[in-house]
Design a protein around this ligand. Structure first.
Ligand code: F6P
Length: 319
């Protein structure tokens, strides 16, 4: 193996740059040439590439976003797009590819693996919804970004004796919402994994008031419903007036935490090692602090479960 490519794809996440840096420097350290592919699979189809050197990935470990930029490619999902990508990879003379992203990225990586390209995936998404790894790169930073905002909202909620509804990201999963709710001491959390129960929520709010609580925080994952819709439902059903904040894409930006920069560096190094050892069609994971590998389909065939401990703890601590 002489020359490898690296790309970031799907939603960006803090720590992507730290992973690009680690892949590039570890590969160069081991005598490989590294090519950066811009804008994920879309850039691959267009042959939009740039040589990466130890110096060109300097000064990026602390930066949010991705210097390679990212995209969601509809073209690449089709078999014709994948055949075209193979032609580009041959023209670029790449012996292997490291792909940094979430489930969609891994499905694309698997398609290339099945067509004979050696690939390794690095899990990087603020959603943390990839089985086979305790944490994805970016999740810890997003939790802390959202937590910082929720703590500020708590200040004003408590000053004014108000009910706040805060919408966090998570179209299909509630890892971010659950963790933020637990860490912020919210009264209630709504997750895509759990049926929405308006009656239970109203009872909980009534109970909180009777217990002498003067303000309350509800965290809702965007996949359940919009915070405005929830506020309207609470008003219509129980007369509650709620203030609403939608945190949105702010959760995807910012410098990676120490945890994420470290995880990205370790996973980047492990991905290069795996590729050099002849592995392909795999993802890197971190389980109990150890770097591990799994076949890529683990990422979408097995649903990562939310921790029952976190959920029951929330119930206990929000009385
Ligand atoms: O990065 C993951 C995620 O943030 C989801 O939680 C969210 O639903 C989605 O991406 C939104 O992404 P975009 O705005 O890029 O479509």
């Amino acid at each position: 193996m002489k020359r490898i490519g690296v790309l970031t794809s799907g939603g960006d996440a803090p720590g992507m740059n730290a992973a690009i840096r680690a892949v590039t420097r570890c590969a160069i350290y081991k005598g490989l040439e590294v090519i950066g592919i811009r804008r994920g699979f879309e850039g691959l189809l267009e042959g939009d590439v740039i040589p990466l050197t130890s110096r060109s990935v300097g000064g990026i470990i602390h930066r949010g976003g991705t210097v390679l930029r990212t995209a969601r490619s509809e073209r690449f999902k089709k078999p014709e797009g994948q055949v075209e990508a193979l032609d580009r990879l041959r023209e670029l003379d790449l012996d292997g590819l490291i792909l940094i992203g979430g489930e969609g990225t891994f499905k694309g990586a698997w398609a290339l693996h099945q067509r004979g390209i050696p690939v390794v995936g690095i899990p990087c998404t603020i959603d943390n919804d990839i089985e086979g790894t305790d944490m994805t790169i970016g999740f810890d930073t997003a939790v802390n970004t959202a937590l910082d905002a929720v703590r500020k909202l708590r200040d004003t909620a408590s000053s004014h004796d108000r009910l706040f509804i805060i919408e966090v990201m998570g179209r299909r999963c509630g890892f971010l919402a659950a963790q933020v709710a637990l860490a912020s001491g919210a009264e209630y959390v709504l997750l895509p994994e759990m049926p929405f129960d308006l009656d239970h929520l109203c009872k909980k709010l009534h109970y909180a008031r009777r217990q002498g609580k003067t303000h309350s925080l509800i965290i809702v994952a965007e996949g359940v419903m919009g915070a405005q819709d929830l506020a309207a439902k609470l008003k219509d059903t129980a007369g509650y007036e709620a203030r609403v904040t939608v945190l949105g894409h702010i959760q995807r930006g910012g410098s990676p935490t120490a945890f994420d920069a470290t995880l990205a560096s370790r996973m980047g190094a492990h991905a290069v090692k795996a590729l050099l050892e002849g592995e392909s069609g795999i993802m890197i994971g971190s389980l109990c602090g150890q770097m591990v590998t799994h076949p890529l389909p683990v990422a979408w065939e097995e649903k990562k479960p939310l921790s029952d401990e976190v959920l029951s703890l929330m119930e206990m601590l929000s009385i």
